[in-house]
Design a protein around this ligand. Structure first.
Ligand code: SAM
Length: 333
């Protein structure tokens, strides 16, 4: 099954909750997600049985990889029960989890035992003052590091560590993060700060382009590019020439990868989005709860995918011709 731009459907990101304990300023800022914000009531969330049924239908349409995310996925009670159900679905080759790490030290072993294969932990600085200003929840770096260590001990290795870089905010943390994670066996990945709708006050000037990040790191520890492991791999990879492992960079702003995007996203209340940046989704929960057959579900999802023509990031980059100029000036410098 291919979409209107000949892209297959391979990956499904499942948001298992809309809640998070952090209020990262670039993601769920307190001004928007404050005390009065109304999160979804429990009955609006897809149940584990509904998620499993959907995942099975998606697997039948070609999905091979599931990523559990949120909100903060480890806030969903008994998540390991869902993981065990998903791991039993034929065709699913990989189940991964993206987490802020706050509850990971406690849960890593149970998650791995249930069938989780890999974990990505978000960590934006090793400096407590910077990290706490970003997570806006007073959460210290040390507990995230404990979570990363516990995940590696539980066999969820190599642990990927995602650092969103926002200019003037945590860019001075880039080199200390590299120094810390080089040679650790964990893979540090830098994420260009993205526009996630109207909630985070995104400005292009706040994006540190991938080329600038690579030039900065390569100036201290020489790097060489690595080939993609599979078509459509999101991160561009580099290895340290001295053998201290690799880093990745997700350049969705300056080098969009819409052309090879094989990902769909399912929100906690069961809406299917065909692009990370899509403003509206397709309500699968209504279909699920309407008592239809798997075949009818399959047809609805196939119809949505085959119509898909999203390429938000590509069009945005083209529209803001400045992006390329910013990038090139740093490549030269
Ligand atoms: N709570 C989990 C976590 O912190 O990893 C999972 C959800 S979070 C939305 C998933 C990832 O998206 C995190 O690595 C986070 O840093 C990243 N993210 C959120 N907002 C972003 C933005 N504006 N630009 C780039 N990455 C962002």
């Amino acid at each position: 099954m291919a979409d209107a731009l000949a892209r297959p459907l391979r990956d499904l990101r499942i948001s298992v909750t809309d809640r998070c304990q952090f209020r990262c300023t670039y993601c769920m800022p307190r001004e928007v997600f404050g005390r009065d914000f109304v999160f979804l009531p429990r009955e609006d969330l897809l149940t584990f049985e509904e998620l499993t049924r959907l995942a099975r239908v998606f697997a039948g349409l070609g999905v091979r990889k599931l990523r559990l995310t949120g909100g903060e996925p480890l806030l969903r009670r008994d998540l390991e029960r869902l993981i065990a159900k998903l791991a039993a679905i034929g065709g699913i080759q990989d189940i991964a989890l993206t987490t802020n790490g706050a509850l990971l030290a406690r849960k890593a072993r149970t998650l791995a035992d249930a069938g989780l294969r890999r974990v990505t932990v978000s960590l934006d600085s090793l400096d407590d003052a910077v990290f706490m200003a970003l997570n806006d929840a007073g959460f210290p770096v040390a507990r995230v590091l404990d979570g990363i260590a516990a995940a590696a001990d539980a066999g969820l290795a190599p642990v990927k560590v995602n650092m969103v870089v926002k200019r003037g905010c945590n860019d001075p943390s880039i080199l200390p993060m590299v120094a810390h994670f080089r040679g650790s066996g964990h893979v540090l990945r830098f994420i260009e700060y993205m526009d996630v709708g109207n909630t985070n006050g995104w400005r292009l000037d706040d994006v540190v382009p991938a080329a600038e990040i690579i030039a900065l790191i390569g100036g201290q520890w020489p790097l060489e590019p690595l080939p993609a492991r599979y078509p459509g791999e999101v991160a561009t990879r580099y290895r340290f020439q001295d053998g201290a492992g690799e880093i990745g960079i997700v350049a969705s702003v300056t080098q969009p990868f819409c052309r090879s995007c094989a990902r769909a996203r399912l929100s906690a209340e069961g809406k299917l989005y065909t692009c990370l940046f899509a403003g509206s989704g397709h309500d699968l929960r209504a279909t699920l709860r309407g008592g239809v057959s798997d075949q009818a579900l399959r047809e609805q999802i196939a119809a949505i995918w085959t119509m898909r023509a999203d390429r938000y990031s590509e069009l945005r980059t083209r529209a803001t011709g400045r992006t390329q100029k910013v990038e090139m000036s740093h490549v030269g410098g």
